[in-house]
Design a protein around this ligand. Structure first.
Ligand SMILES: NC(=O)c1ccc[n+]([C@@H]2O[C@H](COP(=O)([O-])OP(=O)(O)OC[C@H]3O[C@@H](n4cnc5c(N)ncnc54)[C@H](OP(=O)(O)O)[C@@H]3O)[C@@H](O)[C@H]2O)c1
Length: 273
């Protein structure tokens, strides 16, 4: 058995590399929410560089236009539209525009999140909880519900949620946000077995501290960075591209036997529930 595998590899030296090729997502259509900056933009770049047609979106048109121009300058096939994921009409518009312009949907990266509150969890209000759960959790589920029938028409697909290391260990001052990120770990596990029947894999990434606008309050403060570094094996803050690459991997054939899983990308920060 092993000998025949070696014989096959000798006869087909490129077969292993082809799975890893830069065009492994050619022909796929990928919606990435909140993708005009930070991790979402890096995910769009990673998917686009591997051949996918990416659909980018966020709230103001000007930010969408800027991201589309950047991706086009990198020879990535891209379509852009505005979409506030907390708004049902916007979600439906995003899906319809993708179908009209790209002809189908293969990948959803649900990346958008808000955090309107910093402080003791006992001081958080119902409004704070409504907003955080609506954008970070409910919209992720409702977008999945919208895309699944279209993925089924294509014979399968991939859904990726963007959680956080805070979903494993709530961060001080970020209680409601952290709880919303824990909910995404549960959503991943709840959806994966149901959607496996439709050849749709559902996975999640949980970034650590990544250098984006969202986390600037953390990495702009040298004192906080030094404190965080004590918990890291890799002694630096992560870059958005280091999350984008993992998302692209999860959407590729190389991850064909992975579903219901969350990959932590934290530079070695401890993370378990
Ligand atoms: N950075 C980190 O250290 C870190 C760590 C763990 C997890 N995460 C997660 O990673 C994801 C992305 O965060 P990031 O750090 O990349 O943030 P970022 O650089 O600040 O980018 C956020 C993006 O989200 C868009 N956006 C915000 N609210 C939106 C909404 N309601 N609907 C649609 N788009 C919206 C923004 O665009 P507009 O302003 O143009 O709408 C922007 O494109 C989030 O889920 C976050 O929780 C980040």
């Amino acid at each position: 058995m092993i000998r025949s595998a070696f014989r096959f590899l000798r006869a087909n030296p490129l077969s292993g590399q082809q799975r890893m090729s830069q065009s492994c997502l050619a022909g796929k259509v990928a919606i990435v929410t909140a993708s005009t900056d930070g991790i979402g933009l890096a995910a769009a770049q990673a998917l686009g560089k591997r051949g996918a047609h990416v659909v980018v979106s966020s709230r103001p048109q000007a930010n969408v236009d800027k991201a589309v121009a950047l991706l086009q300058s990198q020879s990535i096939q891209v379509t852009g539209t505005t979409c506030n994921v907390g708004n049902g009409e916007d979600r439906e518009k995003l899906i319809q525009m993708t179908l009209d312009q790209c002809g189908g949907i293969d990948i959803l990266v649900s990346n958008a999140a808000v955090n309107p509150f910093f402080g003791n969890i006992m001081d958080s209000t119902e409004d704070v909880w409504d907003k955080i759960l609506a954008v970070n959790v409910k919209a992720s589920f409702l977008l999945t519900k919208l895309v699944v029938p279209h993925m089924e028409k294509r014979g399968g697909g991939n859904v990726i949620f963007v959680s956080s290391v805070a979903g494993y260990q709530p961060m001080k001052g970020l209680g409601p946000y952290s709880v919303s990120k824990t909910a995404l770990l549960g959503l991943t596990r709840a959806l994966a077995p149901e959607l496996a029947h439709s050849n749709i894999r559902v996975n999640c990434v949980a970034p650590g501290i990544i250098k984006t606008r969202f986390s600037s309050a953390l990495w702009e403060n040298e004192g906080i960075v030094e404190k965080f570094k004590k918990h890291l094996s890799i002694k630096r803050i992560g870059e958005p591209e280091e999350i984008g690459g993992v998302i692209a991997f999860l959407c590729s054939q190389d991850a064909s036997y992975i579903t219901g899983e969350t990959i932590t990308v934290t530079g070695g920060m401890g993370s378990r529930l």
